[in-house]
Write a protein that binds this ligand. Structure first.
Ligand code: AMP
Length: 213
């Protein structure tokens, strides 16, 4: 089961991909999380990536493709994986095809206005990257991650002006992939505007209709 989850920033890709990863026992491979870990560790790659992430634009394709190539060479992906945040451009999709491709793409469809509202309340753990929302899924203890106890914070790239830029980047670079995967009959389109559970149920239905159980 080699899947990717596609959709605008804030569509809920991380939340849904984590649930799928738990249920199907396949690793979730999230390029945004991998990059943030590099930034937090102060590596060269982190320094390079941060400049792009802060502006809400894509990190150059060659950097991301190399990161994914390394990750997909590890043993734990043998029974499948779920890509979250990759591919994000046609060049990345082509590179992925050269690495063996994927079996299906879940596309979460959500409007820009809804996404912006979600971002304003979104908080993420500074250590383990778990995601919360102040209104819809707050942590049990204010300001503290349920999973690891570290502090939670508003990501620098979740501010409104950066979110608008990320949305523009999405429309320009990533949205063309919807048509690409549709033409290859790999696309499973799901309405991403409901509750977490409703969206998850729709994803499960879409996956089952393609024989992924
Ligand atoms: P995310 O957490 O997936 O929203 O990613 C946060 C930021 O990391 C994005 O706005 C990009 O700057 C960068 N990023 C994550 N994944 C990719 C990718 N596949 N290609 C290029 N940049 C990426």
């Amino acid at each position: 089961m080699k899947l990717a989850i596609l959709g605008p920033p804030g569509a809920g890709k991380g939340t849904q991909a984590s649930r799928l990863s738990d249920e199907f026992s396949i690793p979730r491979i999230a390029t945004g999380d991998m990059l943030r870990m590099e930034v937090n560790s102060g590596t060269d790659l982190g320094h390079q990536a941060q400049q792009y992430m802060q502006k809400g634009v894509l990190v150059p394709d060659d950097i991301i493709i190399e990161m994914i190539r390394k990750r997909l060479s590890q043993g734990d992906v043998r029974d499948g994986f779920i890509l979250d945040g990759f591919p994000r451009s046609v060049v990345q999709a082509e590179a992925l095809e050269g690495m063996g491709g994927i079996d299906g793409v879940v596309y979460l469809d959500v409007s820009e206005e809804e996404v912006v509202q979600r971002f304003l309340g979104r908080r993420a753990c500074s250590q383990c990257q778990a995601v919360y929302h102040l209104r819809t899924s707050p942590p049990r203890v204010r300001g503290m991650c349920d999973r690891c106890g570290a502090s939670i914070r508003h990501r620098a790239d979740d501010r409104e002006e950066v979110v608008r830029q990320r949305f523009r980047t999405y429309r320009e670079k990533t949205e063309p992939l919807v048509r690409r995967y549709g033409a290859r009959s790999l696309l499973m389109e799901v309405d991403g505007s409901g509750t977490i559970q409703e969206v998850y149920d729709s994803i499960k239905t879409a996956l089952a209709s393609r024989g992924f159980t």
